[in-house]
Write a protein that binds this ligand. Structure first.
Ligand SMILES: [Cu+2]
Length: 631
């Protein structure tokens, strides 16, 4: 930036791509020709990509800034000035030999020299002004971001660990540990060496543990079973081969696997299940109210997109069952959510591959009873629905879904700041535009917090480039965003976001385009404003098993305003079919005992382990207690 002339008022130059972030709908290269977008896609660093240089995360590394600061230290340069000072041995005035041979500088000469030295110092300072300025403002921002009043309004971010792992998938286990699955981690060398990695992070102890990984879990799909085991299906059979590297000159796509495993959070091991009926790479898995898990989409073992084969996992026999009657084609990693009437809602968001046509990406409700699909129209800017976030707003009973940011299909450089909300309790639901994000974002992270707000963080303005170091909180009560503290680390493709049981949010991964296929392994944690807003309530006792349609009592340290069951996340590629926050309405509250009713509808509250939070009536949540909702 230093050698770049600054424009008045610090406005970006016209050639700065941020100036023209709004997508050119209709005229963009996002391809409405119906051809698969995958032809334009390449996973690891593609050399011809623009935006390679823009890895803002790196620029913000503290070490670098202080280097720059050192260069601009005025003290060093002024030392040269000192050398030009006249000799110190001035004869005393009462010395009888007092006829100076070596002339002492006259007053005006001395003044001129001091002035010259001063000018040199000023020139040096002015030349380095951007560095000095940014160093000083970094120090100031760092100080300010740790002031109690600032944290109470904005929360704070902390880099807490380096996992050392190229995590592509993250799941919050009922033991409080986080499963970080990398497999080959989008690294062909690891794939060729059959080096597949999984690590388990314990956020309380901040320790990591390696887990033996028997297959390449890279780009599988996952969902929790009602007993809290994580089901993971699919993975990588082969990496893509670019046309330039293929003997026949034809590009070969990534190929999927039929492998399927459970991760048991207690034994902390993968357990093999029956194979998928169809090989899948970039599939979506979603658990139904009856405990079955549906798998859709993905690239098959030839690298072709799945033409609409639906299958479901039966936990009793640990096998996958074909459903030829349920044929529905989706783009890869479609965002699917289980809705209150049992239908699966496709938000229209996805990541990866698939036809670019709007019909193939039409949002709607899919009835698994008869394969009917009811379109949900009205999504603003439907051409920019890839790499968008989808989140079920709290409480889940209200059935409001939010669509967040996103970009053009494939590796187009378009991003949008658009959000949209749909109310699925209406018989003919229609998307309505929501408030804009602070900036256009592909791959935004979206996490429902126990105070019902949604943290939207990270993302990038370009395809795996130009990360946005911003975060904001969406308040569903006011339908507004407000900016909060900025994260330190940029996150785009292959990044993951999870709510922790202590009310913080942990963020992992990121795989920006670069020559060396770089991967962000630092773990950053967001502590929301409520952690600085007063004494947290404490759940002193709660049942650890809950049945739908009953009432339960909790012993709490103070009067409670609301009670939430939050289903832990299982996140990959801006897709998390799991996270939802279900309200437990308070029926009575006397002397530290609060009684709540548990919803009856298994589509709203599917069987699984949940994080139970209470708050203090002023949106300050407790630490969660894990409870099991019976299947
Ligand atoms: Cu991927």
């Amino acid at each position: 930036m230093a050698d770049r002339p600054r424009r008045p008022e610090g406005r970006p130059e016209p050639d700065d791509p941020t100036v023209t972030d709004l997508p050119a709908i209709g005229g963009s290269a996002s391809g409405r020709d119906g051809r698969p977008a995958d032809a334009r896609r390449s996973e690891p660093g593609r050399r011809s990509e623009p935006g390679r240089r823009s890895e803002p995360g790196r620029r913000s590394e503290p070490g670098q800034r202080s280097d720059l600061g050192r260069r601009s230290e005025p003290g060093r340069r002024s030392a040269s000035g000192r050398r030009s000072e006249p000799a110190q041995a001035r004869p005393s005035l009462d010395d009888p030999r007092m006829v100076p041979v070596v002339s002492t500088p006259t007053r005006s000469r001395r003044r001129r020299r001091i002035l010259q030295a001063g000018i040199i110092v000023l020139v040096v300072l002015a030349g380095n002004f951007p560095y000095v300025n940014s160093w000083a403002s970094d120090r100031y921002n760092d100080w300010r971001s740790h002031q109690p009043d600032y944290m109470r309004d904005n929360g704070r971010w902390d880099i807490v660990a380096d996992s050392g792992s190229r995590s592509i998938h993250a799941a919050m286990l009922r033991t409080g540990k986080v499963l970080l699955m990398a497999g080959s981690g989008n690294d062909k060398k690891s794939f060729d060496a059959k080096r597949f990695e999984t690590i388990l992070w314990d956020p309380s102890a901040n320790t990591f543990q390696k887990i033996a990984t028997p297959w390449d879990v890279f780009c599988a799909g996952h969902a929790f079973l009602p007993n809290g085991d994580l089901l993971i299906a699919g993975g990588t059979k082969a990496y893509e081969v670019l046309a330039a590297d293929a003997p026949d000159g034809k590009k070969k796509e990534y190929q999927g696997l039929k492998d399927s495993y459970l991760f048991d959070p207690i034994s902390e091991r993968y357990v093999k299940t029956g194979f998928l009926q169809h090989a899948r790479w970039y599939p979506t898995l979603v658990t139904l109210a009856n405990g079955a898990v549906v798998a859709v989409s993905g690239l098959n073992d030839k690298g072709d997109i799945d033409p609409g084969n639906t299958e479901s996992f039966d936990a009793g026999s640990a096998s996958w069952i074909e459903h030829p009657e349920l044929r529905k084609e989706f783009p890869t990693y479609p965002s699917l959510l289980l809705t209150a009437d049992g239908r699966l809602f496709f938000s229209g968001a996805n990541a990866g591959y698939g036809p670019a046509s709007l019909e193939a990406r039409q949002s709607g409700l899919w009835n698994l009873g008869n394969n009917a699909f009811q379109a949900v129209p009205g999504l603003p800017l439907p051409e920019v629905n890839e790499t968008a976030g989808t989140v079920m707003l709290a409480p889940a009973q209200e059935q409001k879904i939010m669509f967040i940011g996103g970009g053009g299909v494939g590796d187009t450089q378009v991003a949008t700041d658009r959000t949209a909300i749909v109310d699925l309790t209406k018989p003919q639901p229609t998307w309505e535009r929501g408030p804009d994000l602070s900036s256009p974002k592909r791959y935004p992270g979206a996490v429902v917090l126990p105070d019902d707000t949604v943290l939207v963080s990270g993302g990038s303005r370009r395809y795996r480039a130009r990360d946005t170091l911003t975060a904001e909180l969406y308040n569903p009560a006011t339908n507004t965003f407000r900016p909060v503290a900025d994260p330190h680390v940029g996150r785009d493709y292959h990044s993951e976001y999870l709510l922790l049981p202590d009310g913080r949010v942990a963020v992992f991964g990121s795989n920006p385009l670069s020559d060396d296929n770089t991967f962000e392994t630092r773990v950053e944690v967001y502590s929301p404003p409520y952690l600085y807003a007063g004494t947290r309530p404490v759940i002193r006792a709660a049942p650890n098993a809950i049945t739908r349609g009953t009432s339960i009592s909790l012993s709490v340290s103070q009067k409670v305003g609301k009670v939430r069951l939050i289903r832990p996340g299982a996140y990959t590629h801006v897709t998390d079919t799991e996270q939802r926050s279900v309200a437990l309405p308070i029926t009575s509250q006397v002397d530290g005992t609060v009684t709540v009713s548990v919803p009856e509808n298994a589509n709203v509250l599917p069987g699984d382990w949940y994080m139970l939070f209470v708050d203090n009536g002023a949106n300050v949540p407790s630490v969660a207690t894990w409870v099991h909702v019976a299947q």
